[in-house]
Every structure is written in C-alpha cells, then in structure tokens.
Design a protein around this ligand. Structure first.
Ligand SMILES: [Zn+2]
Length: 389
C-alpha cells in the first residue's frame, strides 16, 4: 500500500513538473495588427457568423499605447514600445527618447540561440518591422533601415520594398550585401513558396503583399533599377522573372506565415521568434473606409487562425496578438444599424488619424496566462523575455 502511495506521489510530482515545463514557451509568434483597435475587432465579430480567431483566445488583456511624448502614438514609437520595452518619442524608431539604440526582443531571442523571422504585408523597412532590428530618428530614412536590415541576422524575412535596398544615396546594392552574407534573395512569390533555403529574404512587389496595391509591375521592373541588382540578375539567369510568378494577394499573409514557420521550426533546438505585421488595417482606418476595414479584418482572421492551428499542433509555442495603436476612432454607432440590413455593417470614424484608446491583447499557447490584465505597450516584450529566458 505504501509503495502504491509513493508511486502515486511520484506520478503526481512528474505530472506537475511536466505541467510547469509546458508553461515555458520555446517558440514565440508576435502578431501585430497596425491600427487594430476595438472598432476593427468589433467589425469582424459583428460581420462574421462563425467563430473567429479572437474568440478562440483563452487569455485577453488590454494595452495602453501612449508614446513617451504623446497620448497618441505613431507607428515608429508604437512599434518601438512593442519591440524593445521602451516608450520613445513619436517619429523615433528603435531608439530611446535620447536617440540611443535599444535592444529588441527579436535581438534578445537571437542571443538565446533562437532562429528569427519577420513577415509583413508592407515593406520590410516599415516602422513596425523596423522597430525589431533598426535604430533611426526618422522613419523616412528607409535606405538606412534597409542597411540595418542586412545586419539584423534574421533567418527568414518576407515582405516588400525593394527600392530601399537598391535605389540608395550610397549606390550600394543591398541585395548583393545580403547574398554575400549567405542569404538567398527572392524577388518573386513562387520562389519564396518553393524554396528549400534555410536563410532567405523575399522582397516582393507591393502588389504581391496586399490587394490594395492594385498596380502590378513585372518583377523585373518592380522597382527602378531592379534589373541591375544582383538578386534580379540571379533570378533572370534562373528564368524566374516572368509575370506568372505573382502571388494571390488575399492569400499572401497567411501563406507567407506558413512558409516562415516551416523554415523556422526546422533545425531549431532553441526554438524561434517570429514577428508578423498585418499593416494595412491602419490604412483603412486613416481612409475611414468601412468596407475595406471589414474585408481586411476577415483576412487578418485567416492569418490568425493559421497561427492558432500552428500553436495547437506545437503547444510549446506562445502566440501574442495586439496592435501598436488604434486608427480612425473606429466604432459602431446607433444610426441605421438594423441587423440584416442590405448594406450590412457600416463603421463610423471619428478621425482620420490615430487615437490613444487602449487596444486589445489576445494570447494563446504556452505562457499565455501572463497576458491577462491591463498593460502599457512597453511591458509586453519584457513579459515575453521573462517567459523564454
Ligand atoms: Zn497610421
């Protein structure tokens, strides 16, 4: 009887230990919806009959989005707080109010031996991804941000924005710099989808990464001077420059996330850190575009569900979803909102700019419980760091 008791106790201790160990995430996915406040989230919840990815979240929190010098943050300062844990002045990216470079959670994850990735549906040098690897006092210095990207050490990056890499005041071909550093650099979607490379950068046409960018250039003329950059020359010699190699932009973000995950979780004994930005929610907020916002949130949900499916299959993964700020003062007001009216849900907007209202946080997987509560934006990277170190 005594032996049975001891065995049971040992079993209980084992179960508790395993249970505790499962709380420590090995992998982190950080999904940022630019400008995705409660109005944007409401637009999805009210227009979607089925269960959305937001409703699958076991843990929900609130996030205050002020910058160091304003209740209303811009994207560089908002991204910097979410990436580095420091609130900085509006306009500053990856540096503190004293202009000194900050260390992001992505860089810290690299030091812990994790593989890292960036997937965005905008340029790779935009403010939100830039906050994870760059340091400048103006987001307009995209050529500097592109150079800092080449020094970032990320294993996988997929986005747009070739121009900052090749049309530069210093005339340096940054695709050649990346290739020299051991990256495969792809300028077309099919090459990204089909690659077996463990270290690559996809720099696509803007029309490939979002349906709002209607004009589709041929890959060769995706940016002025593309034909003279090394990545384009290599692609031409491989026969990869024809226009059939475009993406279906409404499918882009979740497929790019799946691709990055498939590369990052291979040969990663210490796990990975992947940041993703869904960037265009902000634009629909700025334009006060109700239909566009609702459509965009449906696409966001597709990406979110892709990531939740990954977390469910890999329970040692933490997924944190939040926004850098709210845009548009987006809401649902009383007028003309009979349910089932022919033109459906119409959002209302109170500004063409950003607002200082709190934004939601949704967390899934290992360590998610730490994201219940009310936070300042700068607290999130520290919570992630404490979970993974
Ligand atoms: Zn904005």
């Amino acid at each position: 009887m005594k032996t049975v008791k001891i065995t049971l106790l040992a079993l209980l201790a084992f179960v508790l230990l395993v249970g505790c160990a499962e709380q420590k995430p090995k992998n982190v996915i950080y999904l940022i919806g630019d400008g995705m406040g409660f109005g944007a989230v409401s637009s999805l919840l009210l227009s979607e009959d089925g269960e959305t990815g937001f409703e699958m979240a076991p843990v929900i929190g609130l996030n205050e989005t002020c910058s160091a010098n304003n209740y209303v943050t811009d994207s560089p300062a908002g991204g910097t707080a979410l990436a580095t844990g420091t609130r900085t002045c509006n306009g500053f990216l990856g540096v503190g109010p004293d202009s000194v470079q900050l260390e992001s959670i992505l860089k810290k994850a690299q030091k812990m031996g994790k593989k890292t990735g960036i997937v965005v549906n905008t340029t790779l040098t935009e403010a939100t991804p830039g906050a994870f690897y760059a340091g400048v006092t103006s987001r307009k210095e995209s050529y500097k941000i592109a150079e800092q990207f080449t020094e970032s050490g990320v294993d996988v990056a997929i986005g747009a924005g070739l121009s900052a890499f090749i049309n530069r005041p210093d005339s340096v071909d940054m695709t050649a710099v990346l290739i020299e550093k051991g990256y495969d650099v792809y300028l077309d979607w099919k090459s990204v989808l089909n690659t077996e490379s463990k270290k690559f950068v996809g720099i696509l046409d803007m029309g490939d990464v979002h349906r709002r960018n209607k004009s589709r250039n041929t890959v060769a003329s995706a940016a002025d001077g593309a034909e003279v950059c090394l990545a384009a020359k290599l692609a031409a010699s491989d026969g990869n420059m024809d226009s059939t190699r475009f993406s279906e932009p409404t499918e882009y973000l979740h497929k790019a996330c799946e691709k990055a995950l498939s590369v990052l979780d291979k040969d990663a004994p210490n796990g990975f850190f992947l940041m993703i930005e869904s960037a265009i929610i902000d634009g629909y907020g700025h334009n006060n575009d109700s239909e566009g916002m609702i459509e965009e949130m449906k696409e966001f949900d597709q990406t979110l569900k892709t990531l939740i499916a990954y977390v469910n299959k890999h329970p040692n993964t933490l997924l944190v979803v939040t926004a850098d700020h709210e845009t548009g003062g987006t809401g649902v007001t009383y007028k003309s909102h009979a349910i089932n009216q022919p033109d459906g849900l119409q959002l209302n907007f109170s500004t063409k700019g950003h607002t200082g209202t709190v934004v939601p946080v949704f967390a899934y997987g290992a360590g998610a419980e730490k994201f219940s509560g009310i936070f300042q934006n700068r607290e999130l990277p520290g919570i992630i760091e404490n979970l993974i170190k």
